[in-house]
Write a protein that binds this ligand. Structure first.
Ligand code: TRP
Length: 476
């Protein structure tokens, strides 16, 4: 396909805003802190950082290069290299679809908190009389869960259908710095609370004992790897699409470093806000997916309290909401573009709106169990997957609740498998592709040996370890 017809980024800034906007989202603010809290603090953080450097940046570069080289999005890029590789492209679409199945539920919850604080500013109780225990109430309120899921999904669909994505992306130029500022404000507030220091210790003091049993080490490695895929948005084709719109005179390598670094900074800020808050306000680090909501509610209502708490709470959730939307539109766009590209290839008139509408409905359907199982807390409207499968909870560590179940299929299986194939293709079968793309328009390919060793050996080896750990968890 002619690259001009597909359009290109007006500037490198446009490209960066789109990739950074889609990378930074609930993965950084919601998932990173709770996974760190559940997986031993420092041990998780250390492995995460190593993985970003050895795997994340390498995959990001590989995906940008693949996209720009083939001029196709996720679906078409692998097929353009050779028909036999097309299955890797398919995996790249299933992941964003399943992720949307829980992303929109969380996005809806963020919206609910945002509105709660907004009405509190006007003196109306926004949290059903529950105050800082609102989270537990919300989980068991199917009506609220479904309505806010529907609103978040509808907003995402509306933006993708209306083609006003460009405007939203430019929006992230102001939202991201604003989000950073409010995170820092909250971090400082939390730091001044008695007891907060324990949270920093948990994050930053080496705790080798967590990693000394091999079983624990591989568990933490698997969790950190999954989080790396999710947060950087690698291993699911989105960066292939972004790369396909990037013109040849831009430096691929620079972009492949800036995006992961920016993403990691936001994850660290979120961690430094939430874990010390847990320490100061007596919230259990290891409580799982509810951690952000539970800990921040204490900070805003019990810690700051009054008008200040309501205003900061509202601003915080509003910015998190925008960050989540800039990610969810990218997720839905991958799904839509996959089908639209296929229609174009067949010479058909592409039906963007219809395709987006159908995906939206399918996402809603798969999101229903995520909304209604109370995150596996028991006695919910819908049973958790392990209960439905007749497994005992003890043997079902890999699918506690529907959210974890989708998460496990994507982060634990599809993304590492996709990354394994990609690194083999780019490392061994087409070893010149990345180098040539990086050198386009006279750029230097920096760290050639590093990237070569990572593509050929490090990434495949880590992916095999992660997949092995995931598969083992099904049986023991
Ligand atoms: N990285 C995003 C976040 O941290 C979530 C995400 C995962 C995503 N895969 C993606 C966003 C693909 C856009 C496209 O919230």
């Amino acid at each position: 396909m002619d690259s001009n017809k597909r359009g290109q980024w007006g500037s490198n800034l446009g490209f960066l805003l789109a990739s950074v906007g889609s990378a930074i989202g609930l993965g950084n603010l919601w998932a990173f802190p709770y996974k760190m809290g559940k997986s031993g603090g420092f041990a998780f953080l250390a492995l995460y950082l190593v993985l970003v450097v050895l795997v994340g940046i390498v995959l990001m570069l590989g995906e940008f290069a693949l996209g720009r080289h083939t001029g196709h999005g996720a679906g078409g890029a692998y097929a353009a290299l050779a028909k036999k590789y097309s299955f890797v492209g398919w995996m790249a679409v299933i992941s964003p679809f399943l992720i949307l199945g829980f992303y929109c539920v969380l996005g809806g919850m963020v919206l609910r908190y945002c509105l709660g604080f907004l009405v509190q500013i006007f003196g109306v109780d926004g949290f059903a009389g529950q105050g800082s225990s609102f989270f537990g109430w919300l989980l068991y309120s199917p009506g609220s869960m479904l309505i806010f899921l529907a609103i978040f999904l509808a907003i995402t669909m509306f933006i993708v259908m209306g083609g006003i994505k460009g405007g939203i992306e430019r929006f992230s130029k102001t939202v991201m710095p604003a989000l950073a500022v409010i995170l820092v404000v909250i971090i400082v507030f939390v730091a001044l609370q008695p007891g907060a220091i324990e949270g920093y210790k948990f994050m930053f003091l080496p705790n080798p004992e967590v990693l000394s049993t091999p079983g624990d080490f591989f568990e933490v490695l698997k969790t950190a790897s999954g989080q790396m895929f999710f947060s950087l948005s690698v291993g699911m084709g989105i960066n292939i699409t972004f790369g396909s719109y990037l013109s040849k005179d831009r430096s691929l390598q620079r972009n492949a470093v800036i995006v992961p670094v920016a993403d990691t900074v936001f994850a660290l800020l979120a961690g430094m806000m939430i874990l010390p808050a847990c320490a100061a306000f007596g919230v259990d680090y290891a409580q799982g997916p509810g951690l952000l909501f539970a800990s921040m509610q204490k900070v805003f209502l019990d810690g700051m309290g009054g008008m200040a708490g309501n205003v900061i709470g509202f601003l915080f959730y509003f910015l998190v909401f925008i960050a989540a939307v800039t990610s969810s539109i990218a997720l839905l766009e991958v799904c839509t573009a996959f089908i639209v590209d296929k229609q174009l290839d067949k010479g058909q008139e592409p039906k963007r709106r219809t395709v987006t509408g159908i995906f939206g409905i399918l996402v809603f359907l798969i999101a229903i169990p995520v909304s209604l199982d109370a995150l596996g807390s028991g006695d919910a409207a819908i049973k958790a997957p392990f209960e439905l499968m007749g497994l005992s909870e003890a043997s079902a560590m890999w699918n506690d609740c529907w959210l974890d179940f989708y998460d496990m299929i994507t982060e634990g299986l599809l993304m590492p498998i996709g990354a394994l194939f990609m690194s083999i293709i780019l490392g061994w079968l087409l070893p010149k592709l990345v180098k040539e793309e990086c050198q386009a328009s006279g750029h230097k390919f920096k760290g050639e040996t590093y990237f070569k060793v990572c593509f050929r050996i490090v990434v495949p080896a880590v992916m095999l370890l992660v997949l092995g750990t995931q598969i083992k968890s099904f049986f023991f």
